[in-house]
Design a protein around this ligand. Structure first.
Ligand code: TMP
Ligand code: ASP
Length: 236
């Protein structure tokens, strides 16, 4: 399958049409941004790591019964995915306090929750992805009630799977962001990526950060952290 016209360029990926109207090709970049694009940089090798890690995890999730957009990895940076219309919600699941949760509620990072939290942001760069609840999402026409219910159900199922999977690699899944899409027949599937860009990963023993917080917070050894996650998950 070959790339045709570019349909979209985001901060970390490009999306291309293909000869098949039901398939897109996603191409992962090394570009990194934070704080809604205010901080810009490059994480060498990130595109390939995020592509391969996302595909590996999406395959595992499919086997666990979670529908995803994944079709086929073409090469290190490019993947064929099902054509979806992205639901403009960023879905965040948290198992441990960190990031904007710790800041918003004035608590330290590292509090282990007895059950996971879920929150939504309106995926809208101009507005800075504002937090909203399901009533707001309904009022704005971003999704139907049935879609929101399905997204919540799938999100907790993804968390159950990923949390256990990461733990087996001595990694705590602190929190992560998901996006969902609608197939042409309306089926909701997991889309976008699952990578150190979109998850917080802490080493279970040392609590060392193995994710994009190293870039966001200028902690150094950014590339090393991505490579370490790749090594733990894909064994390379
Ligand atoms: P937060 O604590 O900044 O709200 O981030 C929660 C999780 O969502 C964290 O794992 C990083 C991820 N995330 C994204 O993938 N994209 C974003 O634009 C933001 C703000 C967070
Ligand atoms: N990638 C996002 C941005 O530039 C934010 C983040 O991951 O922190 O807005």
């Amino acid at each position: 399958m070959e790339k045709k016209e570019q349909l979209y360029e985001g901060k970390a990926k490009k999306v291309y049409a293909t000869e098949d109207p039901e398939r897109y090709i996603v191409s992962y970049k090394d570009d990194a941004t934070a704080f809604n694009g205010l901080k810009k940089g490059t994480i060498v090798g990130k595109g390939a790591i995020n592509n391969r890690m996302t595909n590996f995890l999406m395959k595992q999730l499919e086997e666990a019964g979670i529908p995803t957009h994944f079709v086929e990895e073409l090469n290190d940076r490019e993947t064929v995915v099902k054509k979806v219309q992205i639901v403009p919600l960023e879905v965040i699941i948290r198992n441990i306090s960190a990031g904007s949760f710790a800041k918003r509620y004035g608590v330290e990072e590292g509090i282990v929750f007895s059950s996971p939290t879920i929150e939504f942001s309106y995926k809208n760069d101009e507005l800075g992805d504002p937090l909203l609840n399901s009533y707001h999402a309904l009022a704005l026409g971003l999704a139907t009630q049935a879609e929101i219910d399905r997204i919540k159900e799938l999100s907790f199922a993804v968390n159950d799977f990923l949390k256990a999977f990461m733990k087996a690699h001595n990694v705590d899944l602190v929190d992560f962001k998901m996006e969902f899409g609608r197939l042409s027949d309306g089926t909701i599937v997991l889309a976008d990526e699952i990578s150190p860009d979109t998850c917080r990963f802490w080493d279970s023993t040392t609590h060392e950060k193995l994710d994009k917080d190293r870039f966001r917070r200028d902690l150094g050894n950014v590339e090393d952290a991505y490579q370490e996650m790749m090594r733990r998950i894909l064994g390379e």
